[in-house]
Design a protein around this ligand. Structure first.
Ligand SMILES: [Zn+2]
Length: 85
């Protein structure tokens, strides 16, 4: 992984973990504590290809009912066009 932000060119990338939201076929999988590099200037996050592969494989395993996720979360969903705030 390069140590320059591709997005803004800033040099200070911090190693941290974050919540990653994977989306496929109208399904969501949330993975916590995913390692990444985050640009301290613009907030852009960078993930290792092997990390993304692991997440993709986990999603497939759950989608194929080969495993159960650690827990389920109920989420609220809104359509922006229906909001009148
Ligand atoms: Zn940046």
């Amino acid at each position: 992984m390069s140590n320059n932000c591709v997005f803004c060119g800033h040099k200070h990338l911090i190693s941290k973990t974050t919540r990653y939201i994977y989306q496929k076929n109208q399904q969501l999988l949330i993975i916590d504590h995913v390692p990444c590099l985050e640009c301290s200037f613009c907030g852009e996050q960078y993930f290792d290809a092997s990390v993304l592969e692991t997440i993709e494989q986990d999603y497939q395993a759950i989608a194929n009912a080969e495993k159960q996720p650690t827990r389920f979360l109920q989420v609220a969903i809104e359509d922006f066009s229906l909001l009148s705030l």
